[in-house]
Ligand binder design. Structure first.
Ligand code: TYD
Length: 215
């Protein structure tokens, strides 16, 4: 079972992905948590190049795309596939849909070209379920800005204009419509607990979860 989390920066995606991992572990699953970009020694080095907002402000969108996909190729081969083949559950914080939303809809790169690169990098590995934490872009960005006051890193991609984030959000909505069986929207408004309950209810459609939640 391969579960991915998607959403705007500030949607609460990382918090919810980690809580979901705890929940599934408490249900008895062998769960591996990872995130993109990053997740292996090589991928973490690529992450540092991608998110550096001091040095790499002039990065071309195509360079950005290839670096995200290079990081992903290593993560899939080194971490995700071996865990899935061993019968475990993988929870990944961002995956291919981030590339379509940010580099495709956000930066306007050709979506068909992007599909080929993504397919090549992943060998065609698709998630079984993708949870989209749905929140409007302005609320997400405000949450993100508040988060940095408490020590969260502000990265190069956060510096992009509001119009960019609007395009990314619109992209996610189109991706949702294009893959309704895999892509599931969860309302990300409300408390952390409320959102987590919505995710757990949704996952019960895919995984065996004891009645009333974990033991
Ligand atoms: P990250 O620190 O993971 O942000 P967050 O935890 O808030 O999601 O930074 C990831 C950034 O990279 C985020 O702005 C989205 C972007 N991104 C892409 O543009 N394309 C991709 O393929 C991926 C995986 C991420």
């Amino acid at each position: 079972m391969f579960i991915t989390f998607e959403g705007m920066d500030g949607s609460g995606k990382t918090t919810q992905a980690k809580l979901t991992v705890q929940f599934l572990k408490s249900c008895g699953y062998d769960v591996l948590y990872t995130r993109e970009p990053g997740g292996t020694t090589i991928s973490d080095q690529i992450r540092a190049i991608l998110l550096d907002n001091m040095e790499n402000t002039h990065m071309h969108a195509r360079t950005e795309l290839l670096l995200f996909c290079a990081s992903r190729a290593q993560l899939v081969a080194e971490v995700i596939i071996p865990h899935l083949e061993a019968g475990g559950v993988v929870v990944c914080d961002r995956y291919i849909d981030s590339t379509f939303a940010y580099q495709g809809y956000g930066h306007g790169l050709n979506l068909n070209a992007l599909k080929s690169v993504v397919q090549f990098a992943t060998g065609g590995l698709l998630p079984d379920v993708t949870i989209f934490l749905d929140i409007d872009p302005e609320t997400a960005l405000n949450r993100r800005a508040a988060g940095t006051l408490f020590g969260e890193a502000w990265n190069r991609l956060d510096d992009m204009a509001m119009e960019f984030h609007q395009r990314v959000y619109k992209g996610y909505r189109e991706l949702l419509l294009a893959s309704p069986a895999r892509f599931q929207a969860v309302d990300a408004n409300g408390t952390v607990e409320q959102v987590q309950k919505r995710i757990q209810a949704l996952l019960a459609e895919w995984l065996e979860i004891p009645k009333g939640g974990a033991a």
